[in-house]
Design a protein around this ligand. Structure first.
Ligand SMILES: Nc1ncnc2c1ncn2[C@@H]1O[C@H](COP(=O)(O)OP(=O)(O)OP(=O)(O)O)[C@@H](O)[C@H]1O
Length: 700
């Protein structure tokens, strides 16, 4: 979907929009029965909803709050918390390209980052504002920075961006493309929509290679809290956690070890068991029941399981168990570190989250996990590594940089994990991953264990994965490959682009202060919508690839802690992020692929908790998604609006395999004629016995 024509927006009449059944139940109708006009008298009214909503509405964050008017809520934004504003806004006009005129710094904040230099760069380039925040390294060798950021002036987008740095309360002009930083802000995570197709570029592709010239990135992320309570902080599993056991699991491949039913059966060492208990895990999720024994048996694995169902622990625990069993030696300071495990993920925030999980489960052991990612000072990454590194969690660009600088040797790598593997292997990251496995020293696939996890695995990506995996890898499919989490109540509203903002505000006002992620398709629109919501006095922050890393982390922090209950995001936040109490996802713009939709709505309804997703379907631009949406909705046992079925029918493509991007509905392993498969429920009982395995068709 391309950018909206904001100019046209103010003259076009609003299109009528569809109101879902559940909203009609909840709110009395307006004159035409078509709008959310009534505010419930109290939140208790919400508690009486149908089953799926019950728990959701009872959750702590919502309770006791008025759901009617944000202004009256305890966190209603004050003048200070209107994070940014725009001049042209009252005209509903987005003056693209004239960022210096359109955006003005909200002076109320005392942002140290901005105060050092003017950020009104206009169309000019570098203003040098990134020089030092008292965080610079004393070791100049380590102060190299990401190349594309240096070269970024060439690509300056001149787009305004939120600034959460410092107190997170100010929005300010970032004209001149972030002034001192040029235009590149994590191209690896950017969805480029010009062609109407997602195209992801890796950091290294984008140039975080450290070789090009440009301004230095000096950001050093604050260290995570070290106290045990913080390390083991977790949220509760939800009412549907036990229902995971009813999901069918299909395992394909030869000689799959049997599933385990309890943590005890995994025979992990005492320290790991203690950490599991402290993390609040008492029962395995299906993907853990199947993946843990497979990994413990030394097999390569491709695992597909619904969002929020515990894939991270499914690979971390057996890897750590092996490391402990092998008597891993404590890390020590060395200029070249040789980690035993490398974990890669497509976004900075996700890899950081995986690192925190690795740190949690390795607590009290001599295994040292380290995280490195783009948008931070390269010297900082290197300093983390040289102190010792057994498990390296990295985004691809930064990983290749560090390998290039000979701070990481690959000879000892025994485990290579690709989280969000379908993303890691697609056109964006695939080339980087191929470079990684052919780096000097990297053990061949026969000599290492390669593990791939995702909630979606398109057929064509499964085929590419053969290059990375041993030919006898096992494939675990928990439920439908690419299916949406059933704990998310999905609603599709027909909303034309010119009605979207009004509908968004209406919904957000009714939601109250429950944490909500609003997905939009472009970075520019993320800024625009965040500005708009702030003007509507809805505390909002935003995350996207044009924001500096400091700002991205600040935004996520403000959202996590509830300071800003609304997070406007691009697809950079679609995958993997595990944020407590996200009760709503709103697709202001639908993504261009159904997989992205599945990941986005999976930010809610995690770990057995329930959640809700509302998506604006614009018939002008989203018809290609009608068929896959109908399939995803019906597979997840959701109501399918009649109008959507009609569109799906009218846009019927003979031979359609269920997706805007290929065969999303491959239910299992795509190795053709593969017969070594078992279908079981997660209590471990086989529902169809596997025939004798025949020759495995490998994708090598
Ligand atoms: N066995 C368990 N018991 C309790 N909580 C668990 C268990 N396994 C995982 N969790 C918790 O469930 C949440 C979701 O887990 P995780 O982030 O690993 O999901 P995921 O499957 O990787 O999701 P996504 O597809 O979105 O990346 C986390 O907070 C995690 O700590």
């Amino acid at each position: 979907m391309g950018d909206e024509d904001w100019e046209a927006e103010i003259i076009k009449p609003h299109m009528s929009s569809y109101v879902p059944v559940f909203e009609k139940e909840r709110y009395s109708s307006g004159a035409n029965g078509d709008t959310f006009n009534r505010t419930p008298a109290s939140s208790s009214e919400m508690d009486d909803g149908p089953s799926g909503r019950d728990h959701f509405m009872r959750s702590g964050f919502a309770s006791g709050r008025s759901l009617g008017n944000r202004d009256s809520s305890p966190v209603a934004p004050s003048k200070r918390s209107i994070l940014y504003t725009s001049k042209g806004f009252s005209n509903n006009k987005f003056e693209e390209g004239d960022s210096s005129g359109f955006w003005r710094r909200y002076q109320d904040g005392n942002d140290s980052e901005a105060s050092g230099s003017s950020r009104r760069g206009g169309r000019g380039g570098f203003q040098g504002r990134r020089g030092g925040f008292g965080l610079g390294s004393s070791n100049s060798e380590y102060e190299q920075d990401e190349g594309m950021q240096r070269a970024g002036g060439l690509f300056g987008s001149r787009r305004p961006t939120l600034s959460g740095a410092g107190n997170g309360d100010t929005y300010q002009s970032r004209s001149g493309s972030g002034s001192g930083r040029g235009g590149y802000k994590g191209l690896n995570e950017e969805v480029i929509t010009g062609s109407g197709k997602n195209s992801w570029k890796s950091e290294a592709e984008g140039g975080e290679s450290g070789d090009t010239q440009g301004p230095k990135v000096t950001y050093i992320p604050p260290p995570p809290p070290e106290d045990e309570d913080s390390i083991f902080a977790h949220y509760q599993t939800g009412i549907n956690f036990d229902k995971y056991d009813t999901i069918l699991v299909e395992v394909s491949g030869h000689d799959a070890p049997p599933a385990i039913l309890t943590f005890e059966e995994a025979n992990l060492c005492q320290t790991l068991n203690n950490n599991i208990a402290k993390a609040g895990y008492t029962k395995l999720t299906p993907v853990q029941k199947y993946s843990i024994p497979i990994i413990l048996a030394g097999r390569d694995l491709m695992a597909c399981a619904q969002t929020g169902s515990g894939k991270t622990a499914a690979f971390l625990l057996p890897i750590l168990a092996h490391m402990m069993r092998d008597g891993i030696t404590a890390s020590r300071f060395k200029d070249l570190q040789e980690p035993e495990c490398i974990i890669v993920a497509p976004t900075r925030e996700l890899i950081n989250q995986i690192y925190l999980e690795a740190r949690k489960f390795s607590f009290g052991t001599c295994v040292r996990a380290v995280v490195i990612y783009g948008g931070t000072q390269l010297g900082h990454s290197i300093r983390q590594i040289v102190q010792g590194c057994n498990i390296l969690c990295a985004t691809p660009g930064r990983l290749m940089d560090i390998i290039g600088k000979e701070k990481i040797g690959l000879r000892q790598v025994k485990y290579l994990v690709l989280d969000e593997a379908d993303r890691m292997l697609d056109m964006g990251f695939g080339p980087e991953m191929r470079k990684l496995i052919s780096c000097p020293g990297m053990p061949s696939k026969e000599q290492r264990q390669t593990l791939m996890f995702s909630a979606t695995f398109p057929e064509e990506i499964q085929k590419l994965a053969g290059e990375f995996l041993k030919s006898d890898y096992l494939f675990v499919a928990v439920g439908q490959v690419g299916g949406a989490c059933r704990d998310v109540q999905q609603t599709i509203l027909q909303v034309g682009q010119y009605s979207k903002r009004e509908k968004l505000v209406e919904i957000l006002r009714n939601i109250g202060d429950e944490r909500t992620m609003v997905f939009v398709e472009t970075k520019k629109k993320a800024d625009f919508i965040a500005t708009f919501l702030c003007q509507e006095k809805i505390s909002t922050t935003s995350i996207h690839g044009d924001r500096e890393q400091r700002e991205r982390e600040q935004a996520l922090g403000d959202f996590r802690c509830g300071k800003c209950p609304v997070l406007v995001a691009t697809s950079v936040a679609a995958r993997g992020l595990d944020i407590e109490n996200v009760q709503h996802v709103i697709n202001f713009d639908l993504p261009s692929t159904i997989d992205e939709y599945v990941h986005r709505i999976g930010r809610t309804g995690r770990c057995g908790n329930t959640g809700r997703a509302i998506s604006f379907f614009d018939p002008e631009s989203d018809n290609h998604l009608a068929q896959p949406l109908v399939k995803v909705l019906s597979d997840a046992q959701q109501d399918v609006p009649a109008w959507l079925e009609e569109i799906a029918f009218s846009t019927y493509v003979p031979g359609f395999s269920g997706s805007a991007r290929g065969n999303v509905f491959a239910s299992v392993d795509t190795r053709k004629n593969y017969q070594g498969k078992n279908t079981l429920n997660t209590a471990g009982f086989s529902s169809s016995q596997a025939p004798n395995p025949v020759d495995d068709e490998s994708w090598d």
